[in-house]
Design a protein around this ligand. Structure first.
Ligand SMILES: Nc1nc2c(ncn2[C@@H]2O[C@H](COP(=O)(O)OP(=O)(O)OP(=O)(O)O)[C@@H](O)[C@H]2O)c(=O)[nH]1
Ligand SMILES: [Mg+2]
Length: 221
């Protein structure tokens, strides 16, 4: 099973040289700043405070590695599209994230997280097109679903699908607040892992009770 209950913060990489040795499969989480990447990881792990979240964009500024029982890494990537950072910083983050996604051995898939409430942003489309182009597998997540009625969720999702040329079974409607889509996403991650030799021990488990955690990821405020 995915050892969700044994997650711990491993390290924050600010350069490609600081990445940990690629010993285990990895799943990375990407998306616009403030879209809810860190909240989604917390929800998957059933741990409220393991990954730092913030209502202010630009919270995650490094590649933050979380180790699940030393058998799988979840990697929280810095967000894009945040206007309040300098051009140099933006370029540096871009190079860091692009270098990581392009070159990283063991990176099984990039979970691309998009806000279900809004129309498709150019940068989201660019990210997905680029992932297709470089042949890196990805999963699409439309998050903050709790902010919309079921009817509106379907309408908005269909528009995002059309913009991304995605088919409805390729994406998951998600909410970090209610847990909507959690099992579906874990099942998809489980399928990806099952295809990797030596990880057949992994299957999904149900929701863990949320625990209060001592924060361990570095704060960047
Ligand atoms: N209602 C609702 N709010 C959410 C959801 N996911 C995240 N949020 C809120 O959105 C804000 C940003 O969440 P984060 O998880 O910090 O977003 P992030 O993508 O990691 O942001 P950066 O690290 O700055 O790129 C916080 O105020 C969260 O509480 C969701 O599914 N529903
Ligand atoms: Mg974050």
């Amino acid at each position: 099973m995915i050892p969700l209950q044994q997650a711990r913060f491993l390290l924050a990489a600010h350069t490609l040289q600081q990445l940990p040795p690629p010993l285990v499969p990895e799943i990375a989480f990407a998306g616009r700043s403030n879209v809810g990447k860190s909240s989604l990881i917390n929800r998957l792990l059933g741990r409220k405070g393991l990954v730092k979240t913030s209502s202010k964009p630009g919270k995650t500024q490094s590649l933050n590695f979380f180790s699940l029982a030393d058998t799988l890494y979840f990697v929280d990537l810095p967000g894009y599209g945040y206007a309040q950072v300098s051009k140099e910083q933006r370029r540096f983050w871009g190079d860091l994230v692009a270098g990581y996604v392009e070159q990283r051995q063991g990176l099984l898939c990039v979970v691309v997280i998009i806000d279900l409430r809004h129309e498709l942003k150019q940068q989201d489309l660019e990210l997905v097109s680029w992932l297709k182009h470089i042949g890196r597998p990805y999963l699409l997540i439309y998050t903050k679903a709790d902010k919309l009625s079921r009817n509106q969720q379907e309408k908005n999702a269909a528009l995002l699908d059309a913009g991304l040329k995605a088919n409805r079974n390729e994406r998951v409607l998600f909410s970090s607040q209610t847990g909507q889509g959690r099992e579906e996403l874990l099942a998809k991650i489980g399928q990806m892992l099952a295809a990797v030799p030596g990880t057949s021990f992994i299957e999904t488990v149900g929701e863990q009770p949320a625990q209060e955690e001592k924060p361990s990821a570095p704060a960047s405020e």
